[in-house]
Design a protein. Structure first.
Length: 174
């Protein structure tokens, strides 16, 4: 009886503790490493036939806006460099044919997938505001592991039957 009780307690501890869930190691997307040079990133992108459609500097950081990376539903990627070292990658997902419910569904699928890999994410924001006649909604979650912060956002701006939707994953050096 005591042995059975000990086994049940041990099983419950394994099942309900964060250590009981298999977590994967969070990695920088596309096999890059933090600190890589813009030249190295550009060479890799050319190798997969992706196109840098814009280069800009914002708040002291160089940004490459890239399209054509062969990944399902990936519309574009932004590569951020500070002092010529890669320190953030932002991925925008979606499809022009998707409506709000489809974006919401995809967001939940991505969130559940990331939760299953890295543990339960922390809710960063859930807001709904109106600016004039535009309704803006923002939902965001964060996961932290090692030297990487991963944030998932869904932003929607709606006016009448027009809508702008952006679902993004932000991998950032922590």
């Amino acid at each position: 009886m005591i042995l059975l009780r000990c086994i049940l307690i041990l099983l419950a501890a394994i099942c309900f503790s964060p250590l009981g869930f298999a977590q994967q190691q969070m990695r920088v997307p596309f096999n890059f490493q933090w600190g890589e040079s813009p030249t190295r990133v550009e060479q890799s992108l050319v190798g997969i036939k992706a196109k840098i459609i814009e280069r800009k500097v914002v708040e002291g950081r160089t940004i490459f806006v890239v399209e054509g990376i062969p990944q399902k539903q990936l519309q574009r990627a932004l590569f951020y460099f500070r002092n010529d070292m890669l320190n953030e990658i932002e991925l925008h997902f979606g499809d022009i044919s998707w409506d709000s419910p489809r974006y919401d569904l995809f967001f939940e699928e991505v969130r559940r997938n990331v939760d299953s890999k890295y543990g339960i994410g922390r809710l960063l924001t859930r807001s709904r505001t109106r600016e004039g006649d535009v309704l803006q909604t923002l939902v965001g979650y964060q996961w932290m592991q090692g030297g990487i912060a991963l944030r998932l956002y869904l932003f929607t701006a709606e006016k009448d039957s027009n809508a702008l939707r952006v679902l993004s994953l932000h991998y950032k050096e922590a």
